[in-house]
Design a protein around this ligand. Structure first.
Ligand code: AAE
Length: 659
């Protein structure tokens, strides 16, 4: 066990901060109402992952989750996969969102590159959600039907999602910067009945007309009965599609009704890409998401009535689902659609000032960019309402922690958090009553039995190992859409340690209970939280005539960021010149997303493969991170072991400093 010096404490909640945290009141309540004596967070966490029934029933009861019928049991089956949560319950996510609201209070503040800051009260949100729900019903959408959205992070998208949930339909969204193939690879799997789309958007001051993409989606999604298009960029109708105005007008004046559904009725489908095959279509249920988000957003984010919570996200990242779930608490939310660095890096900080943001969420990459640009967000802005900054998407470097505290002072609660699409929440993250140590995540989340394991399944403290979850949690996937025998789900999380969830991150749990994440232990390319499988990138790159084979890796850098390195095998006579590099980048931008354009492209003579033909992505990534080839791969199992030599040379200090 390593005994490294303790990192600096950057924030320590004072007595007043601890007293006003919801987790403090919750802890007192469970001490009184459950057989537990939790004197500190560590004791509370240990109880929460040992007495699952006690903990999750406490969350349900303490936060008064509204239900049409109570559950018969908290957890009927503890086995993973297959755990069954809250059987017997009848509830609805949207009912929990709209429960006990004051029509005149602001629910959502929103802005974009095309729209100035506006706000919707709860009354407005309810009216628009009801109209969309009625509009969907009129289009023949009912319980279990899929509605897909190719929409930016606009207030209409939020209302449309709540409307879908209210009628028991299943929601799924992609951000409009995704190309046709990335979208059809996702949406076609779930055979949607209705597509809600945008005609275009503005990003970085440039207009992107998406009408041709929408037309192609309509062609390539044969299950679609209707398409509704929101005129957001231009004011022209789209042939053959219903306009958003007509669609909402058809349902105008309808009451907002909630279809009671079982706890495991699908709420949404999120996507996560692996190395082979189509992106995994991850299905989460109403009950599991309501309970997990009520816990996470009240106890960890500590979202309270006076809070205005902003998180920079698109509709293609699970942080959107997280953000819209903040309305399960008493706080309001702030949306933004556009380039966070346009017209300059002050854009989001300006929004924070104008919208009175109190909790500002972003990616570690954005904070690192602000730091590198030597930005001073407080200069010339009144950010006095801001009391917390949240960071996710990738590990936040110690330098970025220091930058935040230098810029915002030691009154700020800065928390880094990590989890992801698979559970649509945080496995580890912020706790408002614990100190913040430089470069570290504060703790494991309540109800998440997170540990670091070695390959033999021994628990590690103070050492890097595989991040595992040893007990079921309510927001784990119900199943993957189309994975009828559950094989892909078992393969994705339970192949390494049967019966135990292996998340695919490298993690260290310290002696103090804090957490450090060291990046993906698999080869998924994660950019600002948006995961793209290497297979998707290969499909794009291999469509280029000169490219015969390829390997792509996302290599963590010492500053907390990462570089996407693409290696291509080329036809004889071809070379990676500017023109080819541009074509490759354009292809990836269109087929996948602009975020996944490589930082470097190099020609290689052979892609290293196992005897069964699998590309050696993780070993190559580890070599580029400085490990020796012999440690990361057994040469006997490789078809062409010599192909690793190139990467060893590239990783040598002289080579990398030259590149
Ligand atoms: C909470 C998260 O884990 C976000 C992400 O990295 O995708």
């Amino acid at each position: 066990m390593s005994q490294l010096p303790q990192p600096a404490v950057l924030w320590e909640p004072d007595r007043e901060r601890r007293e006003r945290a919801t987790i403090t009141a919750f802890t007192r309540w469970v001490n009184e109402h459950r057989a537990v004596e939790a004197e500190d967070y560590d004791a509370l966490w240990r109880w929460s992952v040992t007495d699952l029934d006690g903990f999750w029933s406490a969350v349900w009861e303490y936060f008064g989750v509204p239900a049409d019928r109570d559950y018969d049991q908290v957890l009927a089956d503890h086995a993973m996969p297959g755990a069954t949560w809250f059987p017997g319950a009848q509830l609805n996510y949207a009912r929990a969102i709209f429960h006990d609201r004051d029509d005149d209070t602001v629910a959502i503040r929103h802005a974009s590159e095309l729209r100035v800051l506006g706000e919707w009260t709860w009354g407005e949100l309810k009216r628009r959600t009801a109209a969309i729900a009625a509009g969907l019903r009129q289009l023949g959408v009912g319980k279990g039907d899929r509605v897909v959205a190719y929409l930016p992070n606009l207030v209409e998208a939020v209302a449309a999602f709540y409307a879908c949930a209210a009628i028991g339909a299943v929601w799924s969204s992609c951000s409009p910067d995704f190309g046709v193939r990335a979208v059809t690879d996702r949406f076609a799997q779930i055979e949607p009945k209705v597509l809600l789309a945008v005609d275009g958007y503005r990003y970085g001051g440039k207009d992107f007309d998406r009408r041709d993409v929408v037309a192609q989606l309509r062609e390539q999604l044969p299950s679609l009965h209707h398409t509704v298009v929101l005129s957001y960029l231009q004011d022209e109708p789209v042939a053959g599609a219903l306009s958003w105005e007509e669609f909402e007008a058809a349902g105008e004046g309808a009451p907002l009704e909630f279809t009671p559904v079982e706890s495991d009725h699908p709420l949404w489908v999120l996507y996560s890409s692996g190395t082979t095959g189509l992106p995994k279509a991850i299905v989460h249920g109403h009950g599991g998401i309501v309970l997990e988000q009520v816990k996470n957003l009240n106890l960890h984010l500590d979202a309270q009535e006076s809070d205005r919570v902003f998180w920079f996200t698109t509709t293609g990242w699970m942080m959107w689902n997280f953000l819209v779930s903040v309305l399960l608490t008493k706080a309001s939310i702030v949306l933004y659609d556009g380039n966070p660095a346009h017209p300059d890096l002050g854009a989001l900080w300006d929004l924070a000032e104008r919208a009175g943001v109190t909790i500002f969420g972003t990616s570690a990459g954005f904070l690192a960019t602000c730091m590198k640009a030597d930005l001073h967000p407080m200069a010339g802005r009144d950010l006095s309402a801001l009391h917390a900054i949240g960071s996710t998407g990738s590990p936040l470097s110690p330098e970025a922690f220091d930058w935040c505290y230098r810029e915002f002072g030691h009154g700020l609660w800065l928390f880094s958090t990590s989890g992801g699409t698979d559970i649509c929440s945080c496995l580890v993250g912020g706790v408002p009553t614990l100190p913040v140590y430089e470069g570290e995540i504060q703790a494991r989340s309540l109800g998440m039995a997170v540990a670091s394991w070695d390959p033999e399944g021994n628990e590690l403290i103070g050492e890097v190992g595989e991040l595992v979850v040893t007990q079921p949690a309510p927001s784990m996937p119900l199943y993957f859409w189309g994975d009828t025998d559950g094989e892909r789900l078992r393969d994705s999380y339970f192949a390494m340690y049967p019966g135990v969830w292996r998340h695919g991150d490298w993690v260290k749990i310290t002696e103090r209970g804090t957490v450090v994440i060291y990046g993906r232990s698999d080869s998924t390319i994660n950019r600002g939280g948006v995961r793209m499988g290497t297979s998707e990138i290969y499909r794009s790159v291999l469509a280029i005539e000169e490219v015969t084979d390829a390997l792509v890796v996302d290599v963590p850098q010492s500053d907390g960021g990462s570089r996407i390195e693409l290696f291509v095998v080329l036809r004889e006579g071809a070379e990676v010149d500017d023109e080819l590099a541009r074509r490759i980048a354009r292809g990836i931008r269109q087929d996948c997303s602009p975020r996944h354009v490589p930082d470097g492209i190099r020609a290689i003579s052979e892609v290293p493969r196992t005897l069964s033909g699998k590309v050696l992505e993780v070993p190559v990534k580890r070599i580029l991170m400085g490990e020796s080839a012999d440690r990361v791969a057994s040469r006997d199992s490789l078809a062409n072991p010599h192909a690793l030599d190139y990467f060893t040379e590239l990783a040598a200090p002289s080579a990398s400093s030259a590149s």
